[in-house]
Design a protein around this ligand. Structure first.
Ligand code: PLP
Length: 370
């Protein structure tokens, strides 16, 4: 097997998709794949069997969905360029704007125009992931909405909010309360309401029944079609990053550095950005098992450290290690800092067979530079 490599497991992906499809069937809500989280288009035909469509963050993602998915195509961006609108209008079913100024400029061209609202109700502490944080540029607040021109409000078919990140349906419930309190009067005039992403639906302790109740109540109260656009929930725990140990250094301060051919900075940037410690198959916290290592990438960045782990047996150069939950926010965020090789991508099908679907090389590094 080529390393480093992502392996996306269709069985695990299908398990998530079945959960999402059941929610669609039992509530009539539509669920879209947020492509910014997972754009491995090889799997779009499989995902399309279960989900209604895709949500894009801009023209290129929308185009990818038009080429490889072919379901409902929705797009939201904090602002659009005039030269993008003709193509977006052609390929997207919903175009969601972030201001009344953008609605005024562009809504006339699109099939169904929506506006992202900001309910000003934070349910999380990490401000980089909180669109309701102070001074956020994301979504229109109720004071602006109330003073907007009536003819611009009348151009809207729907409202959209996205405020959650890896959260349960209790956070959604609070948020919906805030949305209804502030925007309820306007919702009665809309055709659809998009509840954004950040719903960790396929996580074990997610309360799906509460989600369904919220959806049904919104449908009944406002007569709107409900959309959800999760990214993480679609491919949560459905992929792995396989890496090889290149060298084990002598212990420093009691723990050895293991240098691997995958990098946090290049191949799992959320490890540094969130930050979090990804799980490795067969490993435990430091000190739990007998042999402990600190894993780092083969880049120049001192902080390119993935985490500290312990194992039952000593590790050595050439050993493979497998990181869990590496399908989401990985391939889409990769970079070639230091000229690092991009990980290959394998699909593991329902029978367990591995297929190499993409390998990368020197040209992929070079073609982004000049
Ligand atoms: C990030 C994002 C999503 C998907 O979020 P997940 O946390 O991956 O579920 C959906 N909609 C919008 C507008 C987003 O910015």
């Amino acid at each position: 097997m080529i390393t480093p490599a992502y392996v996306v497991d269709e069985k695990l992906l299908t398990r998530n998709l079945e959960i999402l499809a059941e929610i669609q069937q039992s509530t009539g809500a539509k669920i879209l794949l947020a492509q910014k989280c997972f754009s491995a288009f090889y799997f779009y035909p499989l995902i399309k069997k279960f989900l209604a469509g895709t949500a894009a963050s801009g023209l290129y993602e929308a185009r990818l969905a038009a080429e490889y998915f072919g379901g409902e195509n929705h797009v939201y961006a904090p602002a659009y360029k005039a030269e993008e609108i003709a193509e977006l209008a052609q390929i997207c079913d919903h175009v969601i704007f972030n201001s009344f100024a953008q609605v005024e400029k562009f809504a006339q061209y699109v099939k169904s125009a929506g506006l992202r609202i900001n309910p000003e109700h934070s349910t999380q502490k990490i401000s980089i992931y909180d669109p309701c944080a102070e001074n956020s540029r994301l979504g229109v607040r109720i004071d602006e909405f109330k003073s907007a021109r009536l003819d611009l409000i009348e151009k809207l078919d729907g409202l959209h909010f996205h405020t959650l990140c890896e959260q349960n349906s209790d956070a959604l419930e609070e948020t919906v309360d805030a949305v209804e309190e502030k925007f309820g009067a306007y919702l009665h005039k809309m055709k659809w309401l998009n509840l954004g992403g950040g719903h960790h639906i396929t996580r074990k302790n997610y309360d799906i029944e509460r989600l369904k109740k919220i959806i049904r109540r919104l449908q009944e109260t406002y007569g709107v079609e409900i959309y959800l656009e999760p990214g993480e929930a679609v491919a949560l725990d459905a992929g792995f990053l396989v890496a090889q140990i290149l060298e084990i250094q002598p212990a420093r301060n009691g723990i050895s550095n293991a240098i691997i051919d995958a990098s946090a900075a290049c191949h799992m940037p959320d490890v540094l950005e969130m930050p979090y410690r990804p799980e490795i198959i067969g490993a435990a916290e430091v000190g739990v098992k007998n042999f402990s290592y600190r894993f780092g990438g083969a880049t120049c960045l001192a902080g390119d450290v993935i985490g500290e782990y312990s194992f039952d047996k000593p590790l050595s150069a050439g050993d493979e290690i497998i990181f869990r939950d590496m399908a989401i926010y990985t391939m889409v965020k990769n970079n070639t800092f230091n000229g690092a090789k991009l990980p290959a991508i394998y699909a593991k099908n329902l029978r367990g067979d591995l297929t190499l679907i993409k390998n990368f090389g020197y040209d992929d590094f070079k073609n982004r530079l000049s």
